[in-house]
Design a protein around this ligand. Structure first.
Ligand code: APR
Length: 244
């Protein structure tokens, strides 16, 4: 076993839960009585753009009240100290991984802090509210700006890069996701095409995909990830030392 191994990490809403960002499928799965699919789909936006903009405006504003937790910090440490390739793929649209120091990071479901013009396709940083009066700074059109978020029925970002990284992964960590939304829910199977890939799931409970993992860590990310990263790095450093 070489110390220079490739690692791919997938995170979901459970990663940010302890920071105070609500998960999607907790309790009744509703937001102000609306199913999540109603406020996170192109059909929902066409039906009631004001409602959808308000949903994302509230979530964007709430980012100002939350901080990365010890789990985010542990993943940033892993990236800094890891000798092989590293890729962190998140389904989360918050910016807590960045704020914790993660850099090799892909937001496959988009970002709350970006907006996109439906007319010209321009993507720009966005930290304030969006409304039907918002004007695109690139093309000048009003009423076409939408959250840069992948809604139900839309294609996630960076899938080719992610699939290639999964195929050459020696370690795949799947953290805080319920495993019901594809394609992310299928990433463990892609990584498992390499039969020697180490597959580890982190969650507070069993998920729809738990059976695909040879190792499972049950417990909150803020507690379990720092311990796991510490152990993984010390095992890897010892291995590198033995190989000298
Ligand atoms: N530590 C570990 N896991 C946790 C914690 C925690 N502190 N808190 C919650 N979890 C787990 C839950 O048990 C659940 O399995 O996090 C998971 C969150 O699941 P979902 O709410 O379904 O979120 P996620 O899997 O990220 O959703 C995927 O669905 O709605 C879409 O685009 C949206 O990116 C989202 C996608």
């Amino acid at each position: 076993m070489s110390a220079e191994r490739n690692i791919v990490v997938l995170t979901g809403a459970g990663m940010s839960a302890e920071s105070g960002v609500p998960t999607f499928r907790g309790e009744d799965g509703l937001w102000e009585g609306h199913h999540i699919e109603m406020v996170a789909s192109p059909e929902g936006f066409a039906r009631d753009p004001k409602l959808v903009q308000r949903f994302y405006n509230l979530r964007r504003a709430a980012l100002k009240t939350v901080e990365p937790n010890a789990g985010h910090l542990a993943l940033a440490r892993l990236e800094r100290e890891w000798r092989g390739d590293f890729l962190l793929v998140t389904q989360n649209v918050d910016d807590l991984h960045e704020r914790a120091g993660s850099e090799k990071l892909l937001h496959m479901h988009g970002e709350l802090l970006k907006a996109r013009c439906r007319n010209c396709g321009e993507v720009c940083s966005w930290s304030e509210d969006l409304s039907s009066d918002t004007r695109c700074a690139a093309c000048g059109k009003t009423g076409e700006m939408r959250p840069h978020i992948v809604w139900f029925g839309e294609m996630p970002f960076e899938l080719e890069t992610i699939t290639n990284a999964l195929k050459s992964a020696d370690i795949f960590l799947c953290i805080g996701t319920s495993g019901v939304v594809y394609p992310a829910a299928g990433f463990a199977r892609t990584a498992a095409q390499n039969s020697s890939c180490r597959l580890v799931e982190f969650n507070i409970e069993n998920t729809a995909i738990s059976r695909q993992f040879r190792e499972r860590v049950i417990g909150p990310v803020s507690v379990e990830l720092p311990k796991f990263v510490e152990q993984l790095l010390s095992d890897t450093h010892r291995q590198a030392w033995l190989e000298r």
